[in-house]
Design a protein around this ligand. Structure first.
Ligand code: DQA
Length: 151
């Protein structure tokens, strides 16, 4: 049973514009659509879900710090901060929760500056290029991971 698991999904800058932003790259689903699909999947999986977005690095870091008390696993799409933010990496290391890195697009076949991630080596794994459905894959993978890690 996975009823007790609490999963936090964090979204970084400009992801509030999904649906209106470069739809050829990111698709036409809005972040609210993605949140709704994740909430439906979370009910099916029997897990508690928190869904969070901010455009501000410090706000993302505050939310990561708070997760220590409230979450079992973090799924994070740090958006452009993926490629620059040592502070987000440090916050994830500080809370020491399992992390799944998620990108809607395949960052490895885009501009070279997107190939580098400050968090991929501290994540359980990375989901890239699967579009908005990647969030559902991350949820499934996160629950599998937590079930496998249960003592
Ligand atoms: C992104 C990829 C990043 O390079 C970009 O800055 C984003 C979104 C993705 O989901 O594909 O904002 O994280």
């Amino acid at each position: 049973m996975s009823t007790k698991f609490k999963i936090l999904i964090i979204n970084g800058p400009n992801l509030n514009l999904l649906g209106r932003r470069e739809s050829s790259v990111y698709g036409t689903m809005t972040l609210a659509d993605i949140e709704e699909s994740c909430r439906t999947r979370a009910i099916e999986l029997g897990v508690e879900l928190e869904f969070f977005q901010s455009n501000h690095e410090g706000v993302l870091i505050d939310r990561i710090q708070q997760s220590k008390q409230h979450s079992d696993l973090i799924i994070i799409n740090p958006a452009a901060y993926t490629h620059t933010s040592i502070a987000i990496r440090d916050a994830l290391l500080a809370v020491d929760l399992p992390v799944i890195e998620l990108h809607i697009s395949n960052i490895h076949k885009r501009e070279s500056f997107r190939k580098h991630s400050t968090i991929s080596d501290i994540a359980i794994g990375q989901i890239v290029g699967m579009g908005p459905k990647g969030y559902l894959l991350a949820l499934d993978g996160g629950v599998n991971y937590l079930e496998d890690s249960r003592p």
